[in-house]
Design a protein around this ligand. Structure first.
Ligand code: ADP
Ligand code: ZN
Ligand code: ZN
Length: 725
């Protein structure tokens, strides 16, 4: 008999991804199979033929001419309706092919194994695991009133929830108690907990595993890109077969097959790493909301600085809000003593250093340095945030004005002192630092600006001979992508901070996330102003959230909370962003930003998509975009739909016609980073006040774009709900 199989034909190839094969027996939709395609053998999924793209004229071949399916993976259940609906929605919404979306969201190992090999794997998983740590339900703390309120709300009504909780307000405890509630209601129920970067929050996995160890050794599994392929396959299989009750994962885990999903948590929901930046550019947070809606289960979006979208959606129901906002504004105190829960509502005090009044070229101001020394003297830790790795972002010649440009990109090469190189952080081009200016021969070429290496060097000098509380020299550790390149070093460094062996921690935004360091009482942003000048309208939102998040690292221990300080070195001390930070008032800040966005007609008051093109020249990239947009008008202004042409073309034409007036398409422009690795990049913004119109429009437009030809074009793609513009 004839079966329709979904295969991963690449998006740009524009060939249908639903193909016909011959099978001896009927197979349910969602069954995994291996099929021949050209000279290759591919993993495919039995699919409903009705999902075939209507833009293709489908020729249904004669059954006898069909190739047979090679093998059927019958040792695992078929992917269920819900999962198939999820990937279908994702493909449609993000304008990618269904085959690519569905098959790429499965673990890579699955594509390499034969059916007997997979059976073997499953046998191993099914072996009883000795759970040495199997205990009774572990101790849970006495909840704060805010936690009690949040948990009882979430467990009483199925909704999307925005858990607006300050750092240290005990959000994780709320997640765990809600998970415990839903999972104890049904012995098969499963929960999906998503976090931005699991490597940076190893404590979270430990907390969940410890709390739920009584459910068995395979009850809690991880799913993230830092795992090996076989590890990922094991977690995926445990989830798919229902053995795993809790999946803890990064954005890719949104595609986990969870047949009994009962709750989804998205921690740090504002984090940009939930949006994929290649291939299918999905937002795992938005898909989580979709998934929960389809399953009629709750989703908890947690953050101390929610995205403006979620903030807006959680406005009062009477104003049209769709999520329920639950606030936890106070920090939980004392963790050691379970009988006395003190409430440290104190948040770090903000200290602004006006850099206009500091000596020229100051990197680390005197008052800040003094404060750091004080902390060291009494055995407390400081954390310095500087979002630029390397020694200095650029080298320059004071004689002729030469700067360390990258020859492949529109960017400077960063000066790395430790190995004396100039390195481009975009294309990787690395060369030794020249002895003299390459353009005029001047020997005096200097670093301009500051990076973490330079800050470390400076601080090391400044702290020379400065004693720690218990004797010995002050210790500094630098955490950034360079210093943590080797496997295990990050964990080692974090653990040394955790155990109080380090006095000052210097790092990029890597250190802002989720660590529960107890003795940090001073946090400083060394040079955060950049975002205030950015041309990206989301930059200030991101800066605020980064600063608030990093300030949440200070004073987590109730005994030290009153000493906690957040320092900011700024050239713009009167900027409203800093005054909102001073009041620790995200609400005020967000509400003001929303008003600005509404006036300007930006998200969340409009929907956006970016069309990007990359070419050998900027002109090629831009003219492709121009052609793509002109093609729409050409179709619309052509005479009446022609009934004799095939149906699909007429449907497309009428959709373009219907939606065009709701859509604004801007002119093609070079991207801010115009050239990367010798590829020229251009973009075009597509906006609409109606999401439905934008979706309908993009879907009808895509086939037209495929028809456009342009010499020198390398590739193009559409980014729906882009995060940076
Ligand atoms: P958040 O995720 O909001 O930053 P956490 O859930 O990590 O906060 O909680 C911060 C600290 O407070 C953790 O060490 C946690 O164990 C502890 N904690 C959470 N809830 C309570 C509570 N009700 N009583 C005592 N300690 C708590
Ligand atoms: Zn020069
Ligand atoms: Zn480069």
């Amino acid at each position: 008999m004839r079966l329709t199989i979904l295969v991963p034909t690449p998006h740009y190839a524009d060939i249908d991804c639903l193909l016909h094969y011959q099978s001896n027996s009927a197979l349910p939709y969602g069954t995994l199979v291996r099929v021949p395609l050209g000279s290759r053998e591919l993993l495919g999924i039995v699919w409903n033929d009705l999902d075939a793209r209507t833009t293709h004229e489908r020729v249904i071949p004669d059954e006898a001419s069909l190739k047979p399916i090679i093998e059927v993976f019958d040792s695992i259940p078929a992917l269920n309706d819900h999962w198939r609906e999820l990937v279908k929605f994702c493909a449609n919404y993000y304008q990618r092919s269904l085959g690519e979306t569905a098959l790429n969201s499965l673990p890579a190992s699955l594509k390499k194994l034969t059916s007997p090999q997979l059976k073997k794997r499953i046998k191993i998983l099914d072996k009883p695991v000795l759970n040495s740590s199997q205990k009774n339900e572990t101790y849970a703390p006495k909840l704060t009133d805010e936690q009690v309120h949040a948990i009882s709300a979430i467990t009483s009504q199925t909704r999307p929830y925005l858990l607006f909780g300050a750092t240290g307000s005990g959000k994780t405890e709320v997640y765990m108690q809600c998970v415990a509630h839903f999972l104890s209601q049904n012995i098969h129920a499963q929960a999906l907990i998503m976090v931005p970067e699991i490597n940076l929050t190893p404590q979270l996995k430990d907390r969940f595993s410890e709390r739920f160890s009584h459910w068995g050794a395979q009850a809690v599994v991880s799913l993230h890109s830092g795992m090996t392929d076989p590890q990922r396959l094991s977690s995926w299989l445990l989830a798919h077969r229902g053995t795993a009750r809790i999946v803890l994962g990064t954005r890719l885990s949104i595609f986990a097959s969870l047949p009994n999903l009962a709750l989804i948590v998205v921690d740090e929901e504002h984090d940009t790493s939930y949006k994929s930046d290649s291939g299918v550019r999905y937002s795992a947070r938005d898909l989580a909301v979709y998934r929960s809606h389809k399953l009629n289960i709750s989703v908890i979006l947690g953050s101390a600085t929610p995205s403006l979208e979620s903030w807006h959606h959680s406005r009062p129901k009477s104003d049209g809000g769709r999520y329920i906002r639950l606030s936890m504004l106070h920090r939980v105190g004392n963790k050691e003593d379970s009988n006395v829960t003190t409430f440290g509502s104190q948040f770090p005090k903000l200290c602004l250093v006006d850099m206009n009044h500091q000596p020229r070229n100051t990197i680390l101001s005197q008052p800040l340095l003094t404060a750091i020394k004080e902390r060291i003297a009494c055995g407390e830790q400081s954390l310095l945030l500087l979002n630029q790795r390397g020694y200095a972002p650029v080298l320059f010649c004071s004689d002729c004005g030469w700067k360390s440009d990258c020859t492949n990109c529109s960017a400077y090469r960063v000066f790395h002192q430790l190995d004396r190189t100039l390195r481009c952080h975009h294309c990787g081009l690395t060369q030794p630092v020249p002895r003299a200016c390459p353009s005029c021969g001047n020997l005096d070429i200097r670093p301009m600006g500051q990076g973490t290496e330079r800050l470390e060097e400076l601080l090391t000098e400044a702290l020379l001979g400065h004693e720690r509380k218990n004797g010995g020299c002050a210790r500094i550790v630098r955490i950034d992508a360079d210093s943590t390149r080797h496997k295990g070093t990050l964990e080692q460094m974090l653990s040394s901070v955790y155990h109080g062996e380090v006095d000052v921690l210097i790092g990029t935004q890597m250190i802002a996330k989720g660590h529960d360091f107890r003795s940090i009482t001073l946090v400083a942003a060394i040079n955060p102003d950049g975002a205030l000048y950015s041309c990206d309208y989301r930059a200030s939102e991101r800066l605020f959230s980064l600063l608030l998040q990093v300030s949440g690292r200070a004073g987590r221990d109730a005994q030290l909370a009153h000493r906690a300080q957040m320092w900011v070195q700024t050239w713009q001390p009167t900027h409203p962003l800093y005054s909102a930070l001073k009041d620790h008032d995200y609400q005020k800040f967000a509400d003001q930003l929303l008003i600005d966005r509404q006036v300007a007609g930006l998200t969340p008051f409009s929907s956006q998509a970016l069309m990007r093109a990359e070419g050998k020249t900027q002109e090629a990239a831009q003219s492709f975009l121009l052609r793509a947009s002109q093609a729409i008008d050409a179709v619309i202004s052509a005479s009446e739909p022609n009934a004799s042409k095939h149906l699909e073309e007429n449907i497309r034409k009428s959709a373009l016609f219907r939606y065009r007036s709701y859509i604004t398409i801007s002119s093609p422009i070079p991207m801010f980073m115009q050239r990367v690795a010798n590829v020229e990049r251009a973009q075009m913004l597509i906006e609409s006040s109606s999401r439905v119109a934008l979706q309908g429009f993009l879907a009808a437009w895509q086939p037209l774009i495929f028809q456009q030809k342009q010499k020198g074009l390398i590739r193009w793609f559409i980014d729906v709900d882009p995060l940076s513009i």
